[in-house]
Design a protein around this ligand. Sequence first.
Ligand code: NI
Length: 173
Amino acid sequence: MAAPLEIRYYPDPVLRKLSVPVSPQDTTIPQLVTDLFATLEGRGIGLAAPQVGILKRVVVVDLGPEYSETLPLALINPEITWRSEETSACSNGCLSFPGFWEDVVRPEEIVVAYQDVNFRPQSLKAQGLLAVCIQHEIDHLDGILFIDHLSKLKRASVIRRFKKQIAEGLSAS
Ligand code: NI
């Protein structure tokens, strides 16, 4: 059974914590992956375990049907092993900041090493939106949020507007 989990919103302190690597001995991982996909469904393209308050190095990515060749993807203990020198700016949203989108500059292409849900080692070269999404989600495992990639001024503006939105009552949308 898949159970959607409660998403933690900024400035929940759990979003700033470091997540720990997981091992095959942790028998909760397959259920966690199932629940993360259930939480993500219809709401976004990527989710990291700390966003539901679980400080484990697990992320899920699902860009939708046009990427069905490689997705949906669960990445356990993901690690970026190569980054291109070329960068590109791409709009980033985050389920912990509903309603907010800002351009973030990141490496255009990456190689990510990870384990799949059966703890088999995998490696994937990603570019475009998939690379953006994987980098954004791995940042979450290190307590890094997309606002950290913005200029000081822009970051302050997003935080101010988001806190205002929370104060006015976060809409369910
Ligand atoms: Ni996010």
